[in-house]
Ligand binder design. Sequence first.
Ligand code: ADP
Ligand code: MG
Length: 624
Amino acid sequence: MGEKNDIIIGIDLGTTNSLVAFADEAGPHLIAGENGPDDVIVPSVLGFDEAGVLKTIGVEAREHAVEQPTTTIHSVKRLMGRGFADVAQEAAALPYRVERRDESGERDIASIIVGERSFTPPELSALILRDLKQRAETHFGRSITKTVITVPAQFDDAQRQATRDAGQIAGLEVVRIVNEPTAAALAYGLDRKEDATIAVYDLGGGTFDISILRLEDGVFEVLATNGDTHLGGDDFDNALISLFASEIRDQFGIEITSPTIKQQLRTLSENIKKRLSDDDEAQIQIAIGNDKVYEKTITRDDFEKMIDPFVARTLDACSRAMKTAGLTQSEINQVVLVGGSTRVPYVRRRVGEVFDTKPYTALNPEHVVAMGAGVQAAILSGIERDVLLLDVTPLSLGIETLGGAMGKLIPANVKIPCQASETFTTFKDGQTNIKINVLQGERELADDCRSLGVFELGGIPPMPAGLPKIDVTFLIDQNGILSVSAKEQRSGKAASIQIIPSHGLTRDEVKRMEQEAITHAREDMAAHHLIDVRTTLEFDLNKVEGMLDRYETQFTVNETTDFSKRISELRSFARSCDDATTINERREAFNQSTLPLAERAMTAALSGSIASTDGDDDRAPEKH
Ligand code: ADP
Ligand code: MG
């Protein structure tokens, strides 16, 4: 970092949520608040008291938005830099007071009245900026005076100026205003790649923007924008809320009027929506009073039908933007997803269809604009992005296999784009889940590698261990974005994850990891071998256990007890012994002794039926 006073932060000043970030050699980082590393999102909400004195900002203010509608100020971004006449309609829909402020000689501006006080939109935005500034100051332990702030691509000069004013009021020099879609592309590092046409689809809480960017020589130009200033995740929430409210009306004859229950309903509905992004169904329970409880289960299918009209409107806007830019879908090289509402799988699917390409989701869509603002800030403060060789993989990539070993799929120093596949299988009879831990590094044990991300493949049909075939594919595209997918051959069940392997890595870090692998080569090999031997033993013991269980009637009580005892003895022996050869000898001897039992079981199997087993272990996959 250069001069001591040169830290520049990057701020995403959103309609719904705001965040602050910075970038160093290893890439962009979000700055968290006092509630731990996950506390990075500040809802753009201000809580005042009746007199107009600011009481709370962010999460706490938002919790009372419905209960205290006239003193909880949100969505200020909608009013920024616009004349009162322009926002009259907008203002009518906001629960707090918005009035015309006559400024002689200037154009009428909108002002927000809280209690006895009146605020301009930049003054209110400044309160959020000040909060973010403080976060950054706590993080760096020094005063921060410079920032980059992002705005929607279609913001006009007055709106951009109002954003600068907000910064100034907060004691921040706004060194650059950056378009949100450009920031998203910067976060993905697309500016360092070859020229391309990029669509940025941004579905937030209350606004939708589609932007088409042209990247040439590292510079982005906005070719077209389209969207809807009243379309977003709030509509998804409202669809759920009206469904619940009308069912409560029908079932209990109750109209929900209490602000507290309304607030509760809103919070619950948003939570249900978020859960449906991960799960196939979600449940709601609301106490209506008089021991009455309203209960409802919503499936992902139900939800998709409810939000389809909103999603369809975003897709229409995408088509219009392509038309304005004079482009067809095949001319769009990449699609970047931005905004919390693009976590909805249905949104991802449909956007992929309309552009006929798999959208980028490697970065958290709620964080990506702030991360890009941080990258822009770093560029302006002269921080070199540690240009790891961009056209090869700096370190090996693979997945964690059974017993905690690193199974490499793509070695270090391979030219990108590249692809590799391998087939894995289950370890336990009837196993229906597999956890895929994506690793980076040169060491043999998963624990000594960097975990880049974890995902789960579920819904594998129950089969005996070793039978399912799970294809795991690693694909690194020309931009260095890694997609890992897992697919079970018989059922076609699939799951995937996207990752940027170079994020969080510096050249020094790569060197250190390479060096460590060399230093530990011998012990790593031994450790890997030991894992393999233990895994094979466990696999064999499981088989015998399954047999004892399934053909119980074929064995004497003595035999069953004897073998169960020997199995658990062998297990604890294998745990305490780290000599692979000895474990292997014991395993072979044990297997030998089980042959007579296996024969009897086989005879029984041929004459009778085989009982099926079930299980849902999410053990790591085993090589096929
Ligand atoms: P903005 O840019 O308007 O400030 P964000 O990008 O922060 O907004 O998006 C906020 C919206 O994202 C909210 O409607 C929120 O409910 C929604 N959201 C956040 N997480 C999820 C999720 N896991 N599934 C669905 N929607 C989500
Ligand atoms: Mg946003």
